[in-house]
Write a protein that binds this ligand. Sequence first.
Ligand code: G6P
Ligand code: BGC
Ligand code: BGC
Length: 913
Amino acid sequence: MDSALPENSRAMNEKNLKLVQQCLKQFDVTEKQLRQIQAAILQDMEQALSRQTDPSPTVQMLPTYVRSTPHGTEQGNFLVLELGTSGATLRVLWVTLRGTTGPRKEPVSWEFTIPTEITLGTGQQLFDFAAGCLVEFLDRLKVGSQPIQLGFNFSFPCHQTGLDQSTLISWTKGFRCSGVEGQDVVQLLREAIQRQGAYNIDVVAVVNDTVGTMMSCDPRPQACEIGLVVDTGTNACYMEEARHVGELGEDQGRVCVNVQWGSFGDSGALEPVQTPFDLQLDQESLNPGTQRFEKMVGGLYLGELVRLVLIHLAGQRALFGGVTSPALLTRGSVHIEHVMEIEDPSHGRARAQAVLQGLGLNPSAQDYEQVQQVCGAVSARAARLCAAALTAILARVKSNQERSHLGVAVATGGRVYEQHPRFSTILQQTVRLLAPDSDTTFVPSEDGGGWGVAVVTAVASRLALHRHHLEETLAPFRLDSEQLKAVQAEMREAMVRGLQGEDSTLPMLPTYVCATPDGTERGDFLALDLGGTNFRVLWVKVGSRSEGGVKITNQVFSIPESVTQGTGQQLFDHIVDCIVDFQKEHGLSGQTLPLGFTFSFPCKQVGLDQGILLSWTKGFKASDCEGQDVVSLLRAAIRRRQGVELNVVAIVNDTVGTMMSCGYEDPHCEVGLIVGTGTNACYMEELCNVSAVPGDKGRMCINMEWGAFGDDGLLKELCTPFDISVDKSSINPGKQRFEKLISGMYLGEIVRQILLHLTCLGVLFRGQVFQCLQTKDIFKTKFLSEIESDLQRRQVRAILEKLGLPVSCDDALMVREVCQAVSQRAAKLCGAGVAAVVEKIRENRGLEELSVAVGVDGTLYKLHPHFSDQVKDTVRHLAPRCSVRFLQSEDGSGKGAALVTAVACRLAGSTRP
Ligand code: G6P
Ligand code: BGC
Ligand code: BGC
């Protein structure tokens, strides 16, 4: 204290000093309080991540869709537009990324001041202003007409749903443009750029400034996992485990989360450390009650806080002799720059003089010192609060990494952090105090994050290119209503031609099943079920409903490929062996039960127990069978096996067996549908329409063998190169084209072909073509069901990793989209087929409306999570005058074969025809 001063003014100075210290004491936040704030922020973060709403957390934890820290491999020229980081300024940068080749090239950048009437005007004005600056910048840079990719550094709270989709939640930091909150700011910018019509600029990514700051860090030697900005506003982001981000529904990998800690305390958590100055500042702000944490830390507010304290102390006559000035009484007249100058360790005093005189004040020597103390108290509190928040993130990262000691790099940016003489020091000291077990490195970001935004843009454009390739590849699989109607109409015509024995790819085979069960059938029957995933032998007891109706004992037997692709004799001998084993197993040896044979291949039937195999399908290729009566082949095998007697009564197709099996429960079931290894349908046709069978009364079940539909090239338009490749590498190229677009034997292979194609394009698995992806049939169709039923994408990873493929989050996403496209096309084509059938029945019967049931079986239809619904939706859309119920067959078509046999026996007047 200046001992030269007269006694009374020294006493006055001491009194003033006390008043000032008393006042500034309010800005002291104790370590205990800092730890409480740290804990409260951490709790808020976890609640927000898991989307708890009661109590609703005040930090927002917004996923940014940035999934990895920079690889350092990104390349290209990128335009970056920065809006909102540093107050009412806008910056445009041209950034050249050189990947790992050569040193960083300094970006070219330009700063534009945004007029207040724009920051408080309409959204259109703001975005037109921004687009105008882009054009002005590019005009100067003479970049010519090349397509330009832009990364948008937009430093406000946004709810992102993708790297280029971002909805503004609320303005902060002095911005208040109308018509923007709740809007997608990328769209608004795209429209403004279009209105300029000058350059071909594609906005591929929107990034929060904290993310840009984090991504600006050179990943060598250690990538930054946290981004911290203290400028006009304040905020941070960090790499969080994706499984912790409820909104994403992912289980692996990481994602950068924009914490939006500026709004911490909006529900009162900061009251214990808030001063009347904070309350006043908030009430007079553009957004009272919100951004409470930011209003104690952000540069837009620190100057204002100092101003309010100075007015208060002047009011107590502790400063400036109690004399204020209009400038000092003007809101916003003290800026962060003033505070930083005043706190400058070497020139602060001189700067304080300049600033205070600039405000029209007449400060004393002591005033300078006390004003420096006021600035010091306000900014020190800001730095300590910021440190408390940062250590909450450190605690989160540490718990994610399950480490006792954390080593992490924090990228820092923003004028307050970078330029304030003491802010960063106080912050780092406080971090060491509050998080002694973290080894935190602070890495100043270069050029305020522009680089990082370019890196994110590079990643986004790579993803956008990948998305384009993916859409281009999958577009042919997305069949529209017109295409489906065309398939329905073509199938309808082919049905009529097939029934009339004219040239058609639909064989429309009479089955000699003219009646569905009427419930009076009785007896024990044997049934065989060949042609699906499993070969089964069944013992079917048909009793009255009171006796429990139909009881089934069945056994599954495998048929090795050596047999399915061996000789006919081997195949049928194998079948008889299984029957004998079954009979032994179930005490039926020596009994000659009527047998129904479900033989799920195209057979030209000339009677219920005579079926000439037209051609094998579904991977079967046993020799000497095609063109043969398979019942005779079975009987011959029985004869070859001494001491076995079997009475083969009927041969039915699995579609017929399924229709009969469901028809036993619901007499309206007049269509049978199989979508399994293969696909096919049958239905009850008017006998008068069946030229191959004499008679015109009554109905007969027709096995359509629709798998062969399109074998004449009719489906050429729909066939993609992947379908052609699958057909070519199948054992029956050129055959069963409709089946090869729909059924379980082929969908996995179609997906594999597409994944291979996308990998060769560099879209998947970083372009590495792994051996497994080149292995035929390695991608099972059941994988589609598993992958599409799993919202968490766990299955996708598990399956692909089991195949030996390294999977990124984006890979998992795209693989699932490929599966969805392939299965959806299959379901819709199947639906178009069913629509053709039910419409035929409706018109056959001259009905306005038809109500009919379809018996369905097959692994794909039954196990795929969405297939059945998509078939139903398509039928509803294409056959609106038919109300169609789909009955899933519980017992398979073996029961149906037994019932057909039972009906044949009933009609023959004995259980033994
Ligand atoms: C059931 C029926 C079989 C039919 C099969 C088709 O199992 O009983 O007759 O062939 O479904 O489905 P899948 O997926 O096995 O090929
Ligand atoms: C915004 C944040 C931004 C921070 C720093 C805050 O007002 O809400 O999105 O990151 O300022 O610029
Ligand atoms: C066969 C049909 C059978 C369908 C379903 C097709 O490959 O040709 O007879 O109904 O598969 O199993």
